[in-house]
Write a protein that binds this ligand. Structure first.
Ligand code: C2E
Ligand code: CA
Ligand code: CA
Ligand code: CA
Length: 279
């Protein structure tokens, strides 16, 4: 029994070491990816439901790994959060998204906004403010067409400090959306004092609509809250026409989801705009 216990331990510790060293390797590779040209952004259209047209996009990061192929954020964002590399990644994303906004303007698509996800790490020491200022200055992008998404979870970690950053961004004309709204248990009392423009209803509340009565009640409550506070509402993860109809009837103005378009490379955005208009 003793010997097998030892063996178990040996196996366990070896796999622990392997896990740790593959994390280290991934960290080193991501560092290289941020400096090199292995990261890219896909853009998912955001639709005005009443007008039936694309009004903006959300930038979603991908990693074209030389051996592992195209990696989605689930494969590397958590690791980047833990090591802090997500701050450098976020700076890269802001630069790339701002350049894209400027390029779309050149191409006659300047009315499209781009929403960028920000990590909690970027809210430390006012890093995000500087990163946004740098990205705007070096690209010539329109600040009014840049949005920052902060998750409700990140926001509530340090409301007082984060509000300062959000207010500073808004003073530059940048819009603010609370992402994954409804999952973070923020106090509703905060909402009226927050310098924000939009609530993005988390996909988990949209997925089972219109059949799930409780999810429907939650979405209705978020919509009336948002309207009372003068905030815009976006529904994430809209996959069916029944969901679209239900949301439209309840006054949800904006939506995003596979029903309209998956996230696509920027050169496919004109096509996606056409496809939405033709629906
Ligand atoms: P998120 O901000 O909630 O982004 C929406 C995610 O839902 C995206 O996954 C998108 O592809 C997916 N999605 C959109 N519509 C639908 C739908 O109709 N059905 C389903 N099932 N899924 C849909 P993705 O691109 O894998 O990104 C996952 C998460 O990674 C994002 O969630 C965001 O939290 C994070 N992320 C992505 N890009 C960045 C970034 O540049 N910086 C940071 N810090 N995080 C990022
Ligand atoms: Ca988001
Ligand atoms: Ca979201
Ligand atoms: Ca989400």
């Amino acid at each position: 029994a003793k010997a097998s216990g030892k063996n178990t331990f040996a196996v366990f510790s070896r796999s622990m070491n392997e896990a740790a060293s593959s994390q280290l390797q991934l960290d080193a590779e991501l560092r290289r990816a941020i400096r090199g040209d292995e990261l890219l952004l896909h853009y998912q259209p955001i639709i005005d439901l009443r007008q039936g047209r694309v009004i903006g996009t959300e930038a979603l990061v991908r990693w074209q790994h030389p051996e592992r192929g195209l990696l989605m954020p689930a494969a590397f964002i958590d690791m980047a959060e833990r090591t802090g590399l997500v701050s450098d990644l976020g700076a890269w994303v802001l630069q790339a998204a701002a350049r894209q906004q400027a390029a779309w303007r050149e191409a006659g698509l300047g009315q499209l906004f781009i929403a960028v996800n920000a990590s909690g790490r970027q809210f430390k020491r006012r890093l995000l403010e500087q990163q946004v200022a740098d990205a705007l200055a070096s690209s010539g992008a329109d600040p009014g067409r840049l949005q920052i998404e902060i998750t409700e979870h990140t926001l509530v970690e340090d409301v007082a400090a984060n509000v300062g950053t959000l207010a500073a961004l808004r003073a530059r004309g940048v819009q603010i959306a609370i992402d994954d709204f409804g999952t973070g248990l923020s106090s509703l009392a905060y909402l009226k004092r927050l310098p924000i423009d939009k609530l993005k209803i988390d996909r988990s509340f949209v997925r089972d609509l219109p059949d799930a009565a409780e999810d429907g009640a939650i979405v209705e409550a978020i919509v009336s809250l948002a309207h009372a506070l003068g905030l815009q509402v976006v529904a994430e993860g809209v996959e069916t026409e029944r969901q679209q109809a239900w949301l439209t009837q309840r006054g949800v103005a904006h939506a995003q989801g596979y029903l309209f378009s998956r996230p696509v490379p920027p050169e496919q955005i004109p096509e996606a705009i056409q496809a939405v208009a033709a629906r």
